[in-house]
Each structure stands twice: as C-alpha cells, then as structure tokens.
Design a protein around this ligand. Sequence first.
Ligand code: GTP
Ligand code: MG
Length: 255
Amino acid sequence: IIYSTTSDTLPTILLIGPSGAGKTALVTLLERGRPTATRTSQTPHTVEVSLPVKTPVASSRFRSPNDPTWEVTKKLLIQDTPGHGKLRHYAMDSISKPQSLQGIIFVVDAADLSSEAREGARQAAEYLHDVLLQLQKRATNSKSSRAPKEMPVLIAANKLDLFTALPAPLVKSTLESEITKLRKSLSAGLLDSGVGAKDLDVTEEHDWLGEVGDGPFEFSQLQEFNVQVKILAGNVTGVDGSDVKQWWNWIGSIL
Ligand code: GTP
Ligand code: MG
C-alpha cells in the first residue's frame, strides 16, 4: 500500500497476538465499521482509521489551538501483523524500531484461555512475555540516562460474545500466572525450543521479565520500565454485533 506523505506523521498502533485471536477481523471493523471474513495473515498490513467522533482524546494533538471545541478528524494508523509463530519477526521488528509507535494492542482470544489444558493460555503468555521483555530491554539497554518514552500496552480480551470467554480480570490473572510459570522454567533452562524463548539467556538478569525474585509476575512490575499494561474486554463479531468501545476509548486515551 502507498500512503500520502501526511500519513508518515500519523500515530501508529501495532496489533499483535496469537494466530486466530481476531486481529485482522478487528482491523476490518475499525476501518470499515463492520467486521469482514478473514484468512490467517502472512504479511503485516497497515490501515488508516479515524477515531469515532465522540471518542475522548487525551492530548491536544487533534484540537485546534484557537478553538478547543473544534476538533479535526482524528486519524491514526493501525498495523496488523501475522500471529503465526514463524512470522512474528514482523511484529518484533516494529517494536524495536518504535519511531511513530504510539501503543501496542495485544489481542487474545479470551475463550481460548479458559480450556483446562491451558495450551492457549500458555502460548499467548509466551508471545506476550517476549513482547514485554523486548519493551523492558528498551529501558534497560538505553544508553542515555533518560527513560524511553512511555509505551502503553492494551491486552484486548476478545471474543467476549462466546460464553466460554474469560472476563478481563481473569484474563489478566491467567496470563500473569502463566508468565510466572514461564519465567521459572526459562530460568531453570527447562524450555527447549519455544518460539523466541530459545534465544533468551535468563542467566543474565536483563532477560528476566519484571521484578527479580521468587514472587509472582504482575503486569504492574513493568511500570518501572515505562510500560503501562491495561486489560479490557470486547468482541469484534457475535450475534449481537460488536463491542469495541473500551478499546476505542483506550486508543483515544493514548493519543
Ligand atoms: P492471524 O492472522 O493468523 O494472526 O489471526 P488473526 O488474529 O488475524 O485472526 P482473525 O482476525 O483472522 O480471526 C480469526 C477468527 O476469529 C475469524 O474466524 C474471526 O471471525 C473470529 N473472530 C474474531 N473476533 C471474534 C469475536 O469477537 N467473536 C467471535 N466469536 N469470533 C471472532
Ligand atoms: Mg490476521
């Protein structure tokens, strides 16, 4: 896709998360107002979207300096990435070159987290761990004494229309406890060849996510590295339509 040069200055939000979570469906909904049938993504894809008119925005970026009640159209770019384990380098590359990156939305299938086998939860947590560790390293590797600019991360608990979906607080605690387990096995060298995880050297303190020690992992431990994690539920499709209002409001709050 070719963009006009004005698009280069638009804030960008990166969409990441496991395959099948609903990233591309969400992009089509945000772009066109209704979700469209999707196929699994193989390449990143950026679309330009406009915030719904009533969405509150935090900054004055979109307001006329002369008239605070007059608002220009709030546009932003959303970059969809493939969730397949072998194609995550696209997302990881975008995180490591965050020039215009304003925030990250990590989409999870909240119904996939509830299974007793915990496989969906484990896989989502592994990807999320790698993403958050990359963000943490931005801060710890920073040559300058100034901390990197704040990076807001939204965990979008999707598919809440499904009755097996976990509510947002349970999505949070499930992912936190899976990351706690993952950190332990990584430090014990038990993990053989998980995607991304094999490159980690957890004997080095900087490859340990969050607070060092035996305590449980909590997303709040990343505030120290200027990473603000929030968990909000919604659904892109469903018999009663979509509900993405909380996600729009989050986007507005970080612009
Ligand atoms: P990759 O491209 O492989 O990384 O997956 P993706 O995250 O882009 O998933 P995609 O958007 O293709 O959606 C996967 C499936 O989930 C599709 O069949 C969607 O229709 C379905 N889906 C997405 N959102 C929802 C939702 O809120 N509720 C329900 N029930 N299904 C959803
Ligand atoms: Mg996709």
